[in-house]
Design a protein around this ligand. Structure first.
Ligand SMILES: [Mg+2]
Length: 274
């Protein structure tokens, strides 16, 4: 293998089981990538704190993308190699990581969200309105993880009680410089970014270090589509109901496995081509 591969992966419903958040079935794929020295980059709607937790659990030390492309984080032992990033004025330093913030601030998003709630007569409930117990129940997460999920920086996950309002809610967010995107379990209100914007930025950073980068991505949801568009090898795994999300990308490779089972199969397919 004389090219440098990097693999981006969604977490909820892809690397992690949709219902239990277990990575038992994806562990084989994770270990295969480690043994080939291929970085596995989490690219998720999860919050920074949740991603830190799952990086530690899975022994991951790669850069990561949080909150649907809201920010890219580079670990301290790695950002020195990304020379171009050092020149970027927008670089923030968070807990020893170098962060490139691409999304709107949470304060701004909450401000617009509150206006939306008034406009649509409380048909929306966001993470910022919910208690830890409520988030825990909705996400089937233990309370300590639900508390982590609630700490948002660039994206507000929300429930829309009347789905017929979706188009009007999208319009309202656009008029306020934000956008609405469907995630695995929630809609998300966020700035003018997505997983694809962040993946494109990080791939270009890798290209400053390695002459030839081949980027792959594994995902299962509609919010993974922008990520798929930015990589050479996009792999779509199955949803828990054994079907595929509709992805409008001809070169997508469909993997016949649900979530983390599909993840391991996708890694094997990638390595077979590497
Ligand atoms: Mg997902």
């Amino acid at each position: 293998m004389n090219k440098k591969f990097v693999v981006f992966t969604d977490l909820d419903g892809t690397l992690l089981d949709y219902y239990t958040y277990s990575y038992e079935a994806s562990r084989e794929g994770i270990e295969l990538l480690k043994s080939h020295d291929i970085p596995l980059i989490f690219c998720t709607s999860k919050s920074y704190a949740e991603v830190i937790y799952f990086r530690e659990k899975t022994g991951n030390n790669s850069p990561f993308i949080v909150e649907n492309g809201g920010a890219i984080y580079l670990p301290p032992e790695q950002f020195e190699q990304f020379n171009r990033l050092k020149q970027l004025e927008r670089l923030e330093h968070v807990d020893g990581y170098s962060a490139l913030e691409l999304g709107a601030s949470y304060d701004r998003i909450r401000q617009v969200f509150k206006e939306m709630k008034r406009e649509f007569k409380d048909m929306l409930t966001g993470f910022g309105d919910m208690t830890v117990e409520e988030v825990s129940r909705y996400l089937n997460l233990e309370p300590s993880l639900a508390a982590m999920a609630k700490v948002r920086r660039h994206d507000e996950p929300f429930i829309l009680k009347d789905p017929s309002l979706l188009e009007r809610v999208k319009q309202f967010s656009q008029q306020n410089g934000l956008k609405v995107y469907p995630g695995t379990r929630f809609y998300h209100l966020m700035g003018n970014t997505d997983k694809g914007v962040a993946v494109k930025e990080l791939v270009s950073l890798y290209r400053t270090v390695y002459a030839e980068i081949i980027a792959a991505a594994v995902g299962e949801g509609k919010n993974d589509e922008p990520m798929f568009r930015q990589v050479d090898m996009p792999y779509l795994v199955k949803k828990p109901d054994n079907t595929f999300t509709d992805v409008a990308l001809d070169r997508i490779v469909k993997i016949d496995g649900i979530g983390p089972y599909g993840f391991t199969l996708a890694v094997k397919a990638l390595l077979a081509e590497a």
